[in-house]
Design a protein around this ligand. Structure first.
Ligand code: AMP
Ligand code: GLY
Length: 421
C-alpha cells in the first residue's frame, strides 16, 4: 500500500513511524512532513490547503489511503473534497469537523444533547457580555469561536481583562472568528480521551495528560503542549463509563441522526471534578504531543486499524495494547511560546543512535545540507516507553542531556502527577 500523511508536526512523524512498522506498506508520502519524516519517508512540499494540488499529487503518486493529521484541512473540508474524487481518506467530514472548528457549534450540541460541559454564552458584540458577567463569578473563560492555533482561549481574572480580550476578538484578532464563547471556569484535573470512529462503531484509542504551561510547576503562558504521558490514571473505569455514556455516545448519535456520520480520530478534552467528567473541548484529530505517547503503546498494526475504520469494519478487529507507560518531553527553541529564532542547527542529533523504546520524534525541524535545523517553537519530542515512570523519565532526560542543544530548553518536571500518586 502507498500511504499519504498530511501534516508536518510530531504527531505526523509518530504516525509515519508506526505505519512503517507494517509489511504491507510500500511507501509513505508526508505532505509536507518535517526533518524526521524525510529520513524515513518521502516529503512533498505543497500547500495542504490547496486541495486540487493535493489531489493531483495523490493521483500521480498512486496513493491508496490518505491520513489527515491536523485540524485545518479537516475544518476546510479536505475529506469531503477527496471522497468526491473517489480517494480513500481517513478523517471526519466538514460538518463533523465543526466540533473543533466552531466552539459555539460544539457548545450548542452539548446543550441540545445534555452533555456535561461548562455553562456558556455565545456573544456577537460587547453588550452580549454583560448578562453573563452579572450571573457568573470570575475567573471567566473567553474563547474565540473559530480555529486559533491553540491561542484562542484566555482565562480572565477580572472584568478589565475580559473586556480587552473580547474586544480584540470582535475586532478580528483571529480571522476565523468574530464571535466568542464565554464559559464558566471548571476547577478540576484535565485529561484527554481518544477514540477511533467509523460509521457504525468506535474503539478506545487511549488516554493521556498533557502539560500546557511553558514552565515547571505549571507556570508561565500556555503552549501547544510541553510534554505528555499515557495512560492517564485519573480516567478510571468508572469515569470512562461516564465519558462514554454522557459525552461520546450522545455526540456520535447526533451525527448519525443527521446522516453526517462522524469518522476518524476523536479527541475529547475533559475536566474531571468530584469524579464527574465535563467536556472542555472536542478535537477532530489526534493530539500533539498526545499521539506520540499513545502510538508506542499500541501492539496492533496501526495501518490495519485505520484501514478497517475507513471500511467501517472496526467491529471486526481488536486493538491490543502494551501494559506500559509512555512519556514524551518537548524540546523547544529558546523564546517559545513568544518569539524565537528558526534555522538553528541541532548539531548533536546526527550522532545519536536510535535505542529500543526511546524515540526522537521530530516536530519543528527541517533537513538542509545533511543537517537538522529548527523550523518551529516545539522542535523535538523525546519519547520513551517503559514499565514505570522512573525508568521512562530517566531515559528521556538522559537523551536530552546528550542532545545538549544550546538554543533549546525543556521542562524538567513532566509527569509530576504520576510521582504524587
Ligand atoms: P481549549 O482550547 O478549549 O481546550 O482550552 C484551552 C485550555 O484552557 C484547556 O486545555 C484548559 O486547560 C483551559 N480551559 C478551557 N475551558 C475551560 C473551562 N471552562 N474551565 C477551566 N479551564 C478551561
Ligand atoms: N496537545 C493539545 C492538542 O493537540 O490540542
Amino acid at each position: 500500500m502507498n500511504i499519504a500523511i498530511i501534516g508536518s508536526g510530531g504527531r505526523e512523524h509518530a504516525l509515519c513511524e508506526k505505519i512503517l512498522e507494517s509489511k504491507k506498506v510500500n511507501k509513505v508520502v508526508c505532505i509536507p512532513g518535517n526533518g524526521g519524516t524525510e529520513k524515513i519517508a518521502q516529503n512533498l512540499k505543497i500547500d495542504i490547503l490547496d486541495f486540487p494540488v493535493v489531489l493531483k499529487n495523490i493521483k500521480k503518486l498512486k496513493i491508496d489511503l490518505v491520513i489527515v493529521g491536523p485540524e485545518e484541512p479537516l475544518v476546510y473540508g479536505i475529506v469531503d473534497f477527496l471522497r468526491k474524487k473517489k480517494i480513500k481518506v481517513f478523517g471526519p467530514n466538514k460538518f463533523a469537523a465543526k466540533l473543533e472548528g466552531s466552539k459555539g457549534f460544539m457548545k450548542n450540541l452539548c446543550k441540545e444533547n445534555n452533555i456535561p460541559t461548562a455553562g456558556y454564552k455565545i456573544c456577537k458584540k460587547m453588550s452580549d457580555i454583560k448578562l453573563f458577567v452579572k450571573n457568573n463569578k470570575f475567573p471567566i473563560v473567553v474563547k474565540a469561536d473559530g480555529l486559533a492555533a491553540g491561542k484562542g482561549v484566555v482565562i480572565c481574572k477580572n472584568l478589565m481583562q475580559l473586556n480587552n480580550v473580547s474586544k480584540q476578538i470582535f475586532l478580528g484578532k483571529f480571522k476565523s472568528s468574530k464571535k466568542l464563547v464565554l464559559e464558566e471556569f471548571i476547577d478540576g484535573e484535565e485529561a484527554s480521551y481518544f477514540l477511533i470512529v467509523d460509521k457504525n462503531n468506535f474503539s478506545f484509542f487511549g488516554t493521556a495528560q498533557d502539560h500546557k504551561r511553558v514552565g515547571n510547576g505549571e507556570t508561565g503562558p500556555n503552549t501547544g503542549g510541553m510534554g505528555a504521558y499515557s495512560p492517564a490514571p485519573i480516567i478510571s473505569k468508572a469515569i470512562e463509563k461516564k465519558v462514554l455514556n454522557k459525552i461520546i455516545k450522545p455526540t456520535l448519535n447526533f451525527f448519525k441522526r443527521k446522516n453526517k456520520h462522524y469518522t476518524g480520530f476523536l479527541y475529547a478534552g475533559l475536566m474531571i471534578k468530584h469524579n464527574e467528567p465535563y467536556l472542555i473541548e472536542y478535537n477532530v484529530r489526534m493530539g500533539d504531543p498526545e499521539c506520540q505517547v499513545i502510538l508506542p503503546r499500541i501492539k496492533s498494526e496501526l495501518i490495519n486499524i485505520i484501514e478497517n475504520a475507513v471500511e467501517n469494519n472496526l467491529k471486526k478487529i481488536k486493538i491490543n495494547w502494551f501494559k506500559k507507560i509512555c512519556m514524551t518531553v518537548v524540546l523547544c527553541s529558546k523564546g517559545y511560546p513568544g518569539t524565537y529564532k528558526k534555522n538553528l542547527i541541532i548539531s548533536n542529533l546526527e550522532k545519536i543512535k536510535n535505542k529500543k523504546n526511546v524515540q526522537i520524534i521530530h516536530a519543528g525541524t527541517l533537513r538542509k545540507k545533511k543537517k537538522f535545523i529548527s523550523n518551529g517553537g516545539r522542535v523535538l519530542n523525546i519519547t520513551a516507553l517503559g514499565e514505570n515512570i522512573n525508568e521512562v523519565k530517566k531515559k528521556i532526560y538522559k537523551l536530552l542531556k546528550n542532545i545538549n542543544w544550546k538554543d533549546g530548553f525543556y521542562r524538567t518536571d513532566i509527569g509530576w502527577r504520576l510521582f504524587k500518586k
